[in-house]
Design a protein around this ligand. Structure first.
Ligand SMILES: Nc1ncnc2c1ncn2[C@@H]1O[C@H](COP(=O)(O)OP(=O)(O)O)[C@@H](O)[C@H]1O
Ligand SMILES: [Mg+2]
Length: 233
């Protein structure tokens, strides 16, 4: 297992948000965390990243307990988070956004400009354009590409399809498939379960901070009762 959450309880101040969430992601897997708005999907990713560490339970990444590790240390271990609000630099060009995210100059061993531009051809076309002038879908591509520049072994995507047009949702799905082919391990959250299930091997459903269902994506797709009960779709 590349990522293993065991019975984590996470709080914001006095607000108890996650109630004993357990979840695992194996090397090379794409796993989605589904659930309605406010159930704790982002909080789960923040717990993994060390931004809001759980108060109890444990998180193992690449076999190491991350207790007491700072977010930058967790990032350095090889975890990359693409937040829902994307946080690209609007006043920098696409190329500059990528360049400042690069971990080392002459990054030959991992993700290079060539490799990124091969995978995200739209970014190559828009290389000199300012980040803020990109469409929502292109900004999502840039946010993912920028995180890849840090050479993560585990990629966390927070609602990658949120706010995108159907065509751009499709483009994001295609890129998740390509990353999977590259051997990337991915944990993504989505309210858009239809999109997430297309790219995922397995799924977890959260409801009020608890895992209420887990299993193969192919099984969930064929189970309208569960989909309706927990996801309202
Ligand atoms: N910084 C915060 N302080 C207090 N409560 C928060 C904070 N962020 C989120 N919450 C609450 O935690 C719950 C889970 O939020 P979140 O993890 O963002 O859900 P999701 O990503 O599934 O929409 C919600 O009830 C939300 O209002
Ligand atoms: Mg969220």
């Amino acid at each position: 297992m590349l990522l293993e959450l065991t019975e984590i309880h996470t709080f914001y101040g006095l607000s108890h948000i996650l109630f004993g969430v357990s979840l695992e992601v194996a090397q090379g897997e794409t796993v989605c965390l589904l659930g309605r708005n406010g159930v704790g999907k982002t909080t789960t990713l923040r717990s993994i990243m060390g931004l809001t560490p759980p108060r109890s339970g444990s998180i193992n990444i690449f076999g190491k307990d991350i207790k007491d590790k700072q977010p930058f240390e967790i990032a350095r271990m090889g975890v990359g988070l693409v937040p829902e609000d994307r946080l690209i630099f609007p006043d920098l060009t696409v190329g500059e956004n990528l360049e400042i995210a690069m971990k080392e100059k002459n990054n030959v061993r991992g993700w290079t400009f060539e490799k990124i531009y091969k995978l995200f051809s739209v970014l190559k076309e828009r290389n000199r354009q300012l980040g803020g002038t990109l469409s929502g879908g292109e900004q999502q591509m840039l946010a993912i590409a920028r995180t890849l520049m840090g050479n993560p072994r585990l990629l966390l995507l927070d609602e990658p399809s949120a706010g995108l047009s159907p065509i751009m949702v499709q483009a994001v799905e295609d890129h998740i498939h390509l990353l999977k082919k590259e051997g990337m391990t991915i944990l993504l959250t989505e309210q858009n379960s239809h999109s997430a299930l297309k790219v995922s091997d397995r799924a977890y459903i959260l409801e009020k901070g608890r895992v209420v269902w887990q299993g193969k994506a192919s099984v969930l797709k064929k189970n309208p009762v569960i989909m309706k009960n927990y996801l309202g779709v």
